[in-house]
Design a protein around this ligand. Sequence first.
Ligand code: PHE
Ligand code: FE
Length: 287
Amino acid sequence: MAQPATERPAQAAEDWTIPQDWEAYTPQDHAMWDRLFARQAAMLPERAVKEFMDGLDVLRLSKSGIPDFAELSDRLMKLTGWQVVAVPGLVPDRIFFEHLANRRFVAGRFIRTPEQLDYLQEPDVFHDVFGHVPLLAHPAFADYMQAYGEGGLRADGLGAIDRLARLYWYTVEFGLIRQGQDLKLYGAGILSSYGESVFALDDPSPNRIGFNLKRLMRTHYRIDDYQQTYFVIDSFDDLLRQTVEMDFAPLYEELQRESDLGTAEIIPQDIIFNRGTQAYARSKTGA
Ligand code: PHE
Ligand code: FE
């Protein structure tokens, strides 16, 4: 996710990209990828949306070791015209949007240490590649991500980046989707997290409510712990209809007259799949 602009590191190009330097990974780095991969791969087949599992497969992501971005980009380019490029860490919003608008996904190249197995503050190569890249092989989602980049550049001009960032957060990072009678995972922040992959689907604590664009853009999110609310989309095509085919400018206008909603709030218009007990969040605050 894009975050506050820091200074561009000296080794980075104008667009903030750096070489992945795949040769520099140590055997320990590759072993960490394999460990994280094995743990998620064992649990996700029944939890992740089918298109995500298909993406892992066609992109050969189960191959041992940290993927080589050049090789990965070759496969992805043939499927949907996307590439994966390395960056040193979080990049400024406009840089992030520019890359997406040009079908380039920016990924961290470092991998977490054993101490950071379950929690880290900056996205590493496992989150970015395992979590995000499989769905870029799916045409509808690939189009969504490009449109999001274009929408970001536009939102910047309209002073609405914070609104739009909520959409990214609650779809690309933490989205749930209906598949038949079941809910499945498609958000990268969930799919790359062992704990949240279970929590988001099985735990009675969080709210699970139907996707509603305006409602979502009013809703705060948590960056420090599991989400207290997840939004459920009907299908990727439906997500496209409600975003790519919509003009957000009037919506940003209307939102200025509406109050924000807390991370756990439920309102009368919500379509509720699960009204969360919020027991987990409460246990963390000690209340
Ligand atoms: N349609 C949006 C706009 O008018 C752009 C957008 C598309 C945003 C897809 C997010 C996802 O700004
Ligand atoms: Fe991410």
